[in-house]
Write a protein that binds this ligand. Structure first.
Ligand SMILES: [Zn+2]
Length: 465
């Protein structure tokens, strides 16, 4: 008897990321509602299923959707910040002032624009590390159909060089930060048919007291969610933390009991060997962001220990960061860097493989945010979050190894179709949930107003006539 399913994808090459990491040629996937009903050879599935909609995936690679582990939606003024700044000045003279100037309207439209960029390059799930207007972000995520974690960007002191911070940054108290965090988690965790997780997102990088770190963790523990922060991002941060506490950033968190399996730390470039053991012991999750690390000179090739973390069993996932740090939302570019930088840094081509990097952008990404039981591979029973990549393009022809081409050759432009929760968000490069012309028009109109409100002047080293 032939069963009806909502979507039957046929004739694709499937990167299943299942337990055996099988690659199925002339493969098919049956999708019923939001779940994968079956995965196998097209000839087998055609005898069992009939799709209300059929997608011909000939010359298409089908794989789980990518997870961008660090995707700011509120940090949007692309190209506004000079490309020659270190993290502290970057944050305090530029990033914070324009974040303070963002309106609810800005955040809604900019979020949609960034999500369009993500969908068009294969990302179906992202970790938003704390935004200015949470309800705008949540509305935008709900409408676009993506999967995400998010929260409000909170802190409770201005941190080192605090006098450089704009006035608004000095006003949030510990109580306000914790109250806002708890109320967000209670109100928004599980929104959009479960596609949104709300995290206790605190900023980190020297702007959060021990009480805030521990208070946020207590909220996350109580409500079954995560604490997320930026940590061990640069040598400067290590120096100021040593001065303030006598310990390195991760070591300090370990000593006060702020690490744990539901703690998610971004950047983590400046981590010492003994801190890797602390992360492993606490099963703390780590997200590396090579595009941002390179642009902001965080020293990832000289001092990062992501390979050691992985070797000790720490879950390390992969992200891009915001549009003035990583500057793009293409996880293909991030995968390329994650595969090539360690080889060069260690003078060892065996340092990491393309397959390990694809796992980082899928399985590890979902494991890092506790979604791995439902997501990250093409297997029956899992959520139907997947992408189709067009390999009928010159950069894919010929190839003897799809995984190599995915990591070392292709860009996100190859992504053609995107499905989340069984719903098609893009088909044949056409977005189905975002009116791109409308979104781009709003963003262009809002951009000069944001720069004016922030009192930040766009820079150009070349004369603009
Ligand atoms: Zn960030």
């Amino acid at each position: 008897m032939i069963e009806d399913v909502d979507i039957l994808i046929e004739h694709g090459t499937l990167l299943t990321l299942n337990g055996e990491r099988q690659i199925i040629t002339d493969g098919a996937i049956a999708i019923r509602k939001d779940r994968i009903a079956a995965v196998g050879k097209t000839s087998d599935l055609r005898q069992k299923f009939k799709g209300k909609k059929t997608i011909d995936a000939s010359l298409r690679l089908v794989m789980p959707g990518l997870v961008d582990g660090h995707a700011h939606l509120g940090e949007i003024a692309r190209g506004l910040i000079p490309d020659t700044l270190r993290t502290s000045d970057w944050l305090k003279f530029w990033c914070y002032p324009y974040m303070a100037a963002i309106t609810e309207e800005d955040e809604y439209w900019y979020s949609k624009c960034l999500m369009a960029e993500m969908i068009r390059s294969g990302t179906t799930c992202f970790v938003e590390p704390g935004c200015m207007w949470l309800e705008s972000t949540i509305k935008a995520v709900a409408e676009t159909g993506m999967r995400a974690t998010t929260g409000s960007w909170v802190w409770d002191h201005a941190g080192p060089d605090g006098h450089k911070c704009p006035e608004y940054f000095k006003k949030m108290t510990l109580r306000q930060a914790l109250d806002l965090t708890e109320s967000n988690v209670k109100s928004f965790n599980g929104m959009a048919e479960g596609r949104i997780k709300c995290f206790a997102t605190i900023e980190g990088v020297g702007t959060c007291s021990d009480e805030l770190m521990l208070g946020a963790k207590a909220i996350a523990d109580q409500h079954g969610t995560f604490t997320l922060m930026h940590k061990a991002s640069s040598r400067e941060e290590v120096a100021s933390e040593l001065k303030a506490t006598g310990h390195r950033p991760v070591e300090h968190m370990y000593r006060i009991g702020a690490l744990g399996p539901n703690v998610y730390l971004n950047h983590m470039t400046a981590v010492d060997a003994f801190e890797v053991d602390m992360l492993a012991e606490a099963d703390t999750k780590v997200c590396q962001n090579p595009p941002a690390a390179l642009k902001l000179a965080k020293g990832t090739t000289q001092m990062s220990r992501f390979l050691e973390m992985r070797a000790k069993g720490v879950t390390v996932c992969l992200g891009c960061d915001g549009v003035n740090s990583g500057d793009h939302k293409d996880m293909f570019r991030s995968m390329y860097l994650a595969a090539t930088l360690p080889k060069d840094a260690k003078l060892d081509p065996e340092a990491i493989t393309a397959e390990e990097v694809v796992e980082m952008a899928t399985l590890a990404g979902y494991r890092a945010i506790d979604w791995h039981k439902e997501l990250g591979s093409l297997e029956p029973g899992k959520k139907a979050d997947l992408i189709l990549i067009n390999v009928d393009r010159p950069e894919w022809v010929p190839t003897y190894n799809y995984v190599y081409s995915l990591v070392y050759t292709a860009s996100g432009d190859s992504v053609e179709t995107s499905i989340v929760d069984g719903r098609i968000l893009m088909e044949g490069r056409r977005l189905t949930t975002i009116d791109l012309a409308e979104v781009q028009a709003h963003c262009r109109e809002l951009a000069p107003k944001l720069a004016a409100r922030a009192n930040v002047k766009p820079q150009s080293r070349w004369p603009v006539l």
